[in-house]
Design a binder for this molecule. Structure first.
Ligand SMILES: Nc1ncnc2c1ncn2[C@@H]1O[C@H](COP(=O)(O)OP(=O)(O)O)[C@@H](O)[C@H]1O
Ligand SMILES: [Mg+2]
Length: 256
């Protein structure tokens, strides 16, 4: 097994009197899809915001490749190789695929001191990424506004890869998609892991999770209550951890 890319140790996040995350320990490995599950309010989004540098933990620490890190902004997390694909995707409808992938980091060359965009190179790089992901999008010059929901996910994933992300966090990537599109996004997710990325997938869809995840972690009321290899569990058991019906969770909640 690979050494973990990221280790979270005792991550706690308080918002005033409310404890959104309580002493969460977990490891995220390169080449692995880790699914994060839990009911609404369980702390999933808060946790990924800590990973993404959007929230500082109240307590605990993050280590990347064994080295403690403290992110004071999403930019810090991005520099450390963490890319988060939020549900809203944050793509610009009126720009092309290639422009979206390179947004804010365009390749330029200077001719007599005048900057020119290296459009051809950018287009070729994006075409290569799309092909590698088997995204079935032939034209990097197509406007993002013309794409389906699944194709937009592919563009967001390309952007993450173009930033050399080592960890890609996907928040409910299939929530708004039809069945065929969902299949495509799940296979993109798998290919990211095969490419050596660590992937964290947040999803409510048990079938999706069981299809694509290597490992499953359940949060409940801000705590990690289960961590299972997919091959060692089943959807019924995971649901019982989420709802708190599982005997382990009942025992844990009795002592707290
Ligand atoms: N910025 C915030 N300020 C105050 N409370 C928050 C904030 N963000 C999340 N919370 C609270 O933290 C808890 C966990 O929320 P969240 O991480 O969004 O859960 P999930 O994503 O699993 O649904 C909830 O009780 C939520 O209301
Ligand atoms: Mg959430």
């Amino acid at each position: 097994m690979n050494a973990p890319f990221l280790i979270a140790k005792g991550i706690t996040k308080r918002f005033g009197a409310l404890t959104a995350l309580s002493e969460v320990d977990l490891e995220i490995r390169s080449g692995e899809v880790l699914a994060l599950l839990g009911d609404n309010g369980a702390g999933k989004s808060t946790f990924i915001k800590v990973l993404a540098g959007a929230h500082s933990p109240s307590d605990g620490e993050l280590l990347i490749d064994g080295v403690p890190v403290a992110f004071s902004s999403p930019k810090d997390a991005a520099s450390a190789g963490i890319a988060t694909i939020f549900q809203e995707l944050a793509l610009s409808e009126n720009l092309t695929i290639s422009e979206n992938v390179f947004l804010g980091r365009e390749l330029k060359r200077s001719v007599l001191g005048v900057p020119f965009l290296r459009r051809k190179e950018m287009k070729e790089r994006v075409a290569g990424l799309l092909k590698e992901l088997e995204a079935h999008i032939s034209d990097p010059q197509a406007p993002v506004g013309s794409l389906s929901g699944g194709q937009r996910q592919a563009v967001a994933i390309c952007r993450a890869l173009n930033l050399n992300a080592k960890l890609v966090i996907m928040d409910e990537p299939t929530a708004a998609l039809a069945v065929a599109e969902t299949r495509k996004v799940l296979s993109l997710t798998r290919r990211l892991a095969e490419r050596g990325c660590a992937v964290v997938l947040i999803s409510h869809n048990m079938a999706d999770v069981f299809e694509v995840a290597d490992r499953i972690i359940v949060f409940r009321r801000g705590r990690k209550v289960a961590e299972k290899m997919r091959s060692d569990t089943n959807p019924e058991e995971i649901v019982s951890y989420i709802t708190g019906a599982h005997p382990d969770v009942r025992a844990l909640e009795k002592t707290n």
